[in-house]
Ligand binder design. Structure first.
Ligand SMILES: Nc1ncnc2c1ncn2[C@@H]1O[C@H](COP(=O)(O)OP(=O)(O)O)[C@@H](O)[C@H]1O
Ligand SMILES: [Mg+2]
Length: 330
C-alpha cells in the first residue's frame, strides 16, 4: 500500500530544532458548530506530524469537544479540565498519545459547566502554559460562538483560521466572528479607559453610537484623536485571518471564499487570506463512523487532497514566522 500521503508534499523546515524557530500556534475557529473545525484540526495535525514535526492538538472547544473522535481515539481520561481545575500543575501532563507518531492530544474539558466559563486568570494560565509546551506546532480547535474565551484563544495564536460552510447562517457567523475578533484585539491593545468604552460599545451589535463596522469605529476614534485613529487603522491592516471553506458542493460554493474575502475588505476593512476549500465528501463521515481519521481512512479521497493543500499553505505562512499581535499583551 502506498504510504498515506507521507511524501505528497514536503514542507519547509518548521522544526524548533533549527535554532531560529520557536513554537508556532495555529487556531481553527469559526462562528458555528458542525462546520468541520475538528475535522481540519485533526487532519492538519496528521499532515504536519507526517512531515516530522512534533505536534500537539488542543481541543479548546470547552463544551462541545469532539477532536478525539476525528482522530479515531477513545475519549482520554485526562483532559484540559484537569489542568484548569489544577488537578495537574503542568499542562504537558494532559497530553495523550494518538497512535500517530509525533502527534499528541490534549482533550477537551468534559465537565463543561465549570470550564466553558473559565475565569480570566485561569485562561491566562492556560494560554501561558500552551506557549511553553515542548513541541514544534500547536493546533487549537476552538469552540463555536464569539465568547471572549474563544476570541482570546484565536487572537493569541500566531495564525488564526476561520472556517465557513456555504450557508447563510455560517456566512453571517463568519463575518460576526471576524469583526468581533478584531474589536477584541483593539480592546486588548487599548490602555485608555474612555477608548476601551468606545470599543466595547462597538462590540454591541445594535449600539447607540451607530458604530456598525470597524470603519465607523475608526472614523469616530480619528475625530477624537487622529493619531489613535491611525494606530487602529494599522491594526486593521495587520489583522489577516485565514479563511477556509468546507463542504463545498458546487462551482458556486467554491467561489464563495473569494466573494467573502472581497466583502470583508469592502465592508469591514479586513483583508482575509483565503487558503482554499474542502469539498463535501462522503469519506468524511464514513471515516468518523469507522472511528478513524480521514487521512488514514481515505488517503486518496478528494477531501484528503484538499487538506494536504491547505496544510502546505499553512506551512508556507508559518515559514514567515507570524506572531500573535497579543504576544506581549496577554
Ligand atoms: N467536507 C465534509 N464532507 C462531508 N461531511 C463533512 C465535511 N466536513 C464536516 N462534515 C461533517 O460534519 C460533522 C461535523 O464536523 P466537525 O469537524 O466535528 O465540526 P466542528 O468541529 O466545527 O463542530 C462531521 O462529523 C462530518 O460528518
Ligand atoms: Mg468540533
Amino acid at each position: 500500500m502506498k504510504e498515506d500521503g507521507q511524501n505528497k508534499i514536503s514542507f519547509p523546515d518548521l522544526s524548533t530544532k533549527s535554532e531560529s524557530r520557536s513554537l508556532s500556534i495555529v487556531a481553527i475557529g469559526g462562528g458555528k458548530g458542525g462546520i468541520g473545525k475538528s475535522l481540519l484540526t485533526a487532519n492538519l495535525g496528521i499532515c504536519f506530524a507526517k512531515n516530522r514535526l512534533k505536534v500537539v492538538l488542543i481541543d479548546a472547544d470547552l463544551g462541545g469537544s469532539n477532536l478525539h473522535t476525528c482522530l479515531g481515539v477513545d475519549l482520554p481520561e485526562i483532559s484540559l479540565s484537569d489542568f484548569v481545575a489544577r488537578r495537574v500543575e503542568n499542562i504537558e501532563e494532559t497530553i495523550v498519545e494518538t497512535g500517530q507518531n509525533g502527534l499528541g492530544l490534549i482533550s477537551g474539558a468534559q465537565d463543561f459547566l465549570g470550564s466553558a466559563n473559565i475565569k480570566y486568570t485561569q485562561k491566562l494560565r492556560v494560554l501561558k502554559q500552551i506557549r511553553k509546551i515542548n513541541a514544534d506546532l500547536i493546533l487549537m480547535d476552538l469552540g463555536s460562538g464569539t465568547s471572549f474565551n474563544v476570541l482570546d484563544f484565536f487572537l493569541t495564536s500566531d495564525l488564526g483560521i476561520v472556517m465557513m460552510v456555504p450557508e447563510p447562517t455560517s456566512l453571517e457567523n463568519s463575518y460576526r466572528f471576524i469583526r468581533s475578533a478584531f474589536y477584541r484585539l483593539l480592546r486588548h491593545q487599548e490602555k485608555s479607559i474612555p477608548f476601551r468604552k468606545i470599543i466595547e460599545q462597538a462590540m454591541e451589535t445594535r449600539n447607540e453610537s451607530g458604530i456598525r463596522t470597524p470603519f465607523d469605529l475608526i472614523r469616530v476614534v480619528s475625530k477624537m484623536d487622529p493619531e489613535k485613529g491611525d494606530k487602529y487603522r494599522a491594526s486593521m491592516l495587520a489583522f489577516r485571518p485565514l479563511l477556509v471553506t468546507n463542504q463545498v458542493r458546487s462551482e458556486e460554493d467554491a467561489e464563495l471564499g473569494v466573494a467573502v474575502r472581497m466583502a470583508c475588505r469592502k465592508y469591514l476593512g479586513i483583508d482575509l487570506d483565503y487558503l482554499g476549500y474542502i469539498g463535501y465528501d462522503d469519506a468524511v463521515w464514513k471515516a468518523v463512523r469507522n472511528r478513524a481519521a480521514l487521512l488514514q481512512h481515505a488517503p486518496d479521497s478528494a477531501s484528503t487532497e484538499s487538506i494536504w493543500n491547505i496544510a502546505r499553505e499553512v506551512a508556507r505562512r508559518l515559514k514567515q514566522k507570524p506572531e500573535s499581535a497579543l504576544r506581549n499583551i496577554l
